[in-house]
Design a protein. Structure first.
Length: 296
């Protein structure tokens, strides 16, 4: 991480803490993390993007320290989409920018590419398929069982339950065999204050309760389920214990996923990896990402 530096920037009315690598003049590569994670999840990819000529930026998502907790309490995906677009603006991104998202960051990427297609040349999403595929997954018992935490997070018990042991358990279940000790410590640093933990839980509470949605993000919210307009690479760990590939791609057949992606897109299962595939096999996943975003 010697060539990765910290930076703060204001976008969409929030001060974002970011990690970045590469020169300001290169095409923007915006990398968005999910839960329970932090911007450090991109530590292997950021230097590779910089070496390829990109200005690589990984913000801590809204509410994850050192990024501010939003005064409006908005955690719907539409707000994340608005953040991505505003960060593109704040970093001087052009139409040659690329967007890379994992987990909640993937949802934000789907929406940002649909809402503001002129800002992005290509996109990559990891571990969370398009919304239509996710709805199919939730129709299956095994996936509902894996998603127990989402329902726990709707209750007042969540604030007491989400501690380092709980987060370590999620990483262990979602990416079996991966040593997540450093990642868990980073997450817990981001969520050390009650307001930050409430923010992370707020993503899930807004997911299930439209009353928590703000009208100002209505257009961005609609875009999350709309067809994207830029080619997209989708990567999923074959052994993902969070969103099981069997729930939306029985037998590893990703044809159904491609049906919900723009023309020219690709979808690929990465064998021997779980939910955090970019950390489990970084050389392979980095190569897939870089080959995709640098293609003509």
């Amino acid at each position: 991480m010697d060539d990765v530096r910290a930076r703060a920037v204001t976008a969409n009315g929030l001060e974002f803490g970011c990690l970045e690598a590469g020169a300001d003049g290169g095409p923007l590569a915006l990398c968005l993390h999910g839960f329970p994670d932090s911007a450090h999840t991109w530590r292997h990819l950021l230097p590779e993007l910089a070496a390829a000529g990109y200005h690589a930026v990984a913000p801590f998502m809204r509410g994850y320290a050192p990024t501010a907790v939003p005064d409006d309490g908005a955690y719907q995906v539409g707000a994340l989409v608005a953040d991505a677009v505003a960060l593109h603006e704040a970093f001087g991104g052009g139409p040659d920018a690329v967007l890379i998202g994992h987990d909640w960051g993937a949802f934000a990427a789907y929406g940002a590419v649909a809402h503001a297609p002129g800002r992005w040349r290509r996109a990559v999403t990891l571990a969370v398929p398009p919304m239509a595929s996710m709805l199919t997954a939730f129709a299956r018992y095994e996936q509902l069982k894996r998603s127990f935490y989402m329902f726990l997070f709707q209750t007042p018990l969540a604030e007491a339950a989400v501690n380092a042991e709980f987060v370590a358990g999620l990483w262990r279940d979602w990416s079996p065999g991966y040593d997540a000790a450093d990642d868990v410590a980073r997450v817990m640093d981001c969520l050390a204050e009650p307001a930050n933990l409430a923010a992370a839980l707020g993503y899930y509470r807004a997911m299930f309760d439209p009353r928590r949605h703000l009208d100002r993000y209505a257009a961005q919210q609609e875009a999350v389920s709309a067809p994207a307009e830029r080619p997209l690479l989708y990567l999923h760990g074959a052994d993902d214990g969070c969103v099981g590939a069997d729930a939306f791609a029985p037998g590893g057949d990703l044809t159904a996923v491609l049906a919900h992606l723009p023309p020219g897109s690709r979808a690929e299962l990465v064998p021997g990896t779980g939910h955090f595939l970019h950390l489990e096999r970084p050389a392979e996943v980095n190569r897939l990402i870089l080959d995709w975003i640098t293609a003509a």
